[in-house]
Write a protein that binds this ligand. Structure first.
Ligand code: AMP
Length: 188
């Protein structure tokens, strides 16, 4: 299974991605985690992206595309992966398709988690990450709407989109994601 988790910051992609990955044995590829690690380790990439992350802005497409191209080529990702935080722009989504098709692969589904804005802002406020301060949160939501939200229609048009309500208990939402993957009507 090759999946994309889509949805605004704070909607639970990371938490649900981890749950799904450990449940199914798929590799979880979180571009945000990869970038934060690079920043912590002060690598060249880390130095390049630090200020962008702190400002709530996107890292340039070319940088992200190379990162994901290399990461998805690793042995642990050959049998399946869950992408959390990528793609975030239409050019990234186009590039992902190109990368996969060169390998004779394709995405199986795009799981889109949704939650009302108040819920998201409340969750982010509690998380305490360096980019979770109020102004940056606002910026990230703005960036999501302008640059990432168009991917909902993009993937709907490809018949890959599965929309899942992201409010509720962790296990309830996990169940909805599994149901969406199995193509069953969502319960609970
Ligand atoms: P996340 O943990 O997914 O919320 O990502 C944290 C930050 O990393 C984002 O606000 C961006 O600055 C950067 N980032 C992560 N993934 C991407 C991506 N696919 N494209 C551009 N920037 C990204």
């Amino acid at each position: 299974m090759r999946l994309v988790l889509l949805g605004p910051p704070g909607v639970g992609k990371g938490t649900q991605g981890q749950r799904l990955a450990s449940d199914r044995g798929w590799s979880l590829i979180s571009t945000g985690d990869m970038l934060r690690l690079a920043v912590a380790e002060e690598t060249g990439l880390g130095k390049q992206v630090k200020s962008l992350i702190e400002a709530g802005l996107l890292v340039p497409d070319e940088v992200m595309i190379q990162l994901v191209k290399a990461r998805t080529a690793k042995p642990d990702a050959t049998h399946g992966f869950i992408l959390d935080g990528f793609p975030r722009t239409v050019p990234q989504a186009d590039a992902l398709q190109g990368i996969l098709s060169e390998r004779g692969q394709q995405l199986d589904a795009v799981l889109c988690l949704s939650a009302p804005d108040e819920e998201i802002v409340g969750r982010l406020a509690k998380r305490g990450r360096v980019d979770d301060v109020v102004n940056t949160v606002r910026k990230r939501l703005e960036v999501y709407r302008a640059q990432t939200a168009p991917l909902v229609e993009y993937y709907r048009g490809q018949g890959l989109l599965r929309e899942v309500e992201g409010v509720g208990e962790l296990e309830t939402i996990h169940g909805r994601l599994i149901a969406a993957l199995n193509g069953r009507p969502r319960s609970a």
